[in-house]
Ligand binder design. Structure first.
Ligand code: ZN
Ligand code: ZN
Length: 113
C-alpha cells in the first residue's frame, strides 16, 4: 500500500492507513466530531450558527421582539425565530436580532407596560 502524507497540516506524517489522515489524526478527528455533536451542535451553536448570527447582528439596529435599540446592559444577540426543537434551522432566515433579555423570554414581559 502506498504511503501518504497525513492531511493534518501540523502532522504530515507518512502513513498507509485507509483514510486521508494518519490513524492517530483520524481518531482525534472522530473524537472532536463526537464532542462537537454532543455540545455545540446539539445546542445549535455550530459554525453555521455563528456565521448567521454575525451577519444578523451586523445589520441589526432594533430588537425584533420589543422594537427598542440595544443598551449596554442589554445588547442584541441573534435568536432563533423558530426554535430548533420545533424544527428550526441554523439558516440565516431563521434568525432575528433580539435583546439578550428578550431572547431569554424575560424582556418582552418586563418592557410591555
Ligand atoms: Zn496525522
Ligand atoms: Zn427587546
Amino acid at each position: 500500500m502506498p504511503r501518504r502524507e497525513c492531511l493534518n497540516r501540523r502532522c504530515r506524517v507518512l502513513h498507509s492507513g485507509p483514510g486521508p489522515r494518519c490513524p492517530t489524526c483520524t481518531t482525534q478527528q472522530e473524537q472532536a466530531r463526537d464532542a462537537a455533536r454532543g455540545t455545540t451542535t446539539q445546542r445549535g451553536l455550530g459554525a453555521d450558527h455563528q456565521a448567521a448570527a454575525r451577519q444578523i447582528l451586523a445589520n441589526a439596529e432594533l430588537c425584533a421582539v420589543c422594537g427598542l435599540p440595544p443598551t449596554a446592559d442589554d445588547p442584541l444577540e441573534a435568536g432563533h425565530i423558530r426554535p430548533r426543537v420545533h424544527g428550526g434551522t441554523n439558516d440565516i432566515t431563521n434568525y432575528r436580532a433580539e435583546h439578550r433579555s428578550c431572547n431569554r423570554g424575560q424582556g418582552a414581559t418586563l418592557r410591555k407596560r
